[in-house]
Design a protein around this ligand. Structure first.
Ligand code: BGC
Length: 423
């Protein structure tokens, strides 16, 4: 346990090192000089809060996806959205592009029918597609690689809006106009900023992990496109691929066995798809082998406040460990705590790096919009991130607010669609 604690610890000095390396990788990425951060210009500007109208959004990026319709009221407020949720199955995630986009188009059709949306006038749609996309415009972009276990064939290297449009046409849907293609971090940032103008970072810590922020056009050295109204553009960092982190033998093992070895190193240390897997590997090393171990199990175990860890015992029994001693349960709980604390401290360090780029002295206030199952559901994650920010910024950490941006990715896509459609 001592060895584990040491290997997984992220000290204050380590956090400062992460910040430095992150800043230098951001700079490289913005200059188009390689490095592990793609720093993708998104063509998106921050909203004014005055955007209005009804828009549709398609939010796809994990095993669940949603179609929603949202009314923007034009006064920093949005109405309650109509939402339908759908589950993607393995066969969709790893079949052909036709099957994948065809299924999504079918779900859009169901949504239009259920909410009786017209089929005789154009409907603007914001498409949240949460993978590394090289944007070629506000409503076009090419998938660079899949992440989070997705593997549908014939999509990498293609424009996902074109593929989606083709699928909609095949299903006889003629009046949907995809007016924006956005990453979930961008949606999350834009949605929160619509309501709270001091929001300047969007973060996802869910199945996958990533962040975005608005950068001055003059700071994007690789940008050769036209200027815009605000002189700023949101940059999708794709921080999941950050690789300047101290890894353990467990991280290496996980990476080797993944379907994208060498890629998404930060994501593999921070996000919900992988945290449970790391815990599983550590436990295996200790001679404890549950049938399966997922991040949500970590949340349940770390949330168990009973004296004899009764809830943990019941959960472990379900996972194929019928007889555990209190000592073993405490040990397992400790392992979970060590792994989730590392994830929270790495995420906080990267947020700190982004903030120092935006505001080197942290002289203003900053709202960080965060969504994702790990941030939302893990019992101590958000607090551990706050503590880490205090370690880094001391009393100035009081100027930084971590705000849950529930369902922001879809709402934000609708807002971006509104801006783009007006143009
Ligand atoms: C993707 C990002 C996305 C993040 C969170 C990562 O795997 O590469 O584009 O923002 O997951 O969903």
């Amino acid at each position: 346990m001592k060895r584990l604690e040491k290997e997984f610890a992220v000290s204050r000095t380590a956090m400062k090192k992460i910040m430095e390396a992150f800043c230098s990788e951001m700079e490289k990425g913005l200059a188009g000089k390689g490095g592990s951060l793609k720093m993708i210009p998104t063509y998106v500007e921050m909203p004014t809060g005055k955007e209005r109208g009804r828009y549709i959004a398609l939010d796809l990026g994990g095993t669940n996806f949603r179609v929603l319709e949202l009314a923007l009221k034009g006064d920093h407020k949005v109405g309650r959205p109509n939402i339908m949720k759908f589950a993607l199955e393995k066969k969709h995630m790893s079949g052909s592009a036709e099957l994948f986009f065809g299924f999504i188009a079918d779900c859009v059709k169901d949504f239009l029918k259920r909410y009786k949306l017209p089929d005789d006038r154009p409907l603007d749609l914001g498409f949240t597609f949460s993978f590394p996309i090289r944007q070629t415009g506000i409503a076009s972009g090419i998938l660079m690689c899949w992440t989070k276990g997705f593997a549908a064939r014939g999509v990498v290297g293609s424009d996902v809006v074109k593929l989606m449009n083709k699928a909609l046409a095949r299903k006889g849907i003629k009046n949907i106009n995809i007016s924006a293609l956005v990453n979930d971090t961008v949606g999350t940032l834009v949605a929160k900023c619509y309501e709270k103008p001091d929001c300047d970072v969007g973060v996802i810590i869910g199945t996958g992990s990533n962040a975005c922020y608005p950068e001055k056009l003059s700071g994007i050295k690789k940008w050769h496109g036209p200027g815009n109204r605000s002189g700023q553009m949101v940059i999708n960092i794709e921080w999941g691929n950050f690789n300047k982190l101290a890894v353990t033998s467990y991280d290496r093992q996980l990476d080797r066995n993944s379907n994208n070895p060498g890629e998404q190193i930060l994501e593999k240390m921070v996000s919900g798809m992988y945290l449970g897997q790391i815990a599983g590997l550590v436990l295996k090393d200790m001679g404890i082998e549950p049938d399966s171990f997922e991040t949500m199990h970590m949340s349940e175990i770390e949330d168990d406040a009973t004296k004899d860890l009764r809830k943990t015992r019941a959960l472990l029994a379900k996972l194929g460990l019928p007889k555990t001693s209190i000592k073993e349960r405490r040990l397992i709980r400790k392992v979970c705590g060590i792994i989730s604390a590392r994830a929270a401290r790495i995420s906080a360090s990267c947020i700190a790096a982004i903030l120092t780029r935006i505001d080197p002295d942290i002289s203003g206030t900053h709202t960080i919009a965060i969504d994702g199952s790990v941030f939302e559901k893990h019992p101590t994650f958000a607090n551990a991130m706050k503590e880490a920010l205090k370690d880094i910024f001391a009393r100035k950490a009081g100027r930084i607010k971590l705000a849950l941006a529930k369902d922001g990715s879809g709402k934000g896509a609708a807002i971006v669609a509104a801006v783009a459609a007006k143009r």
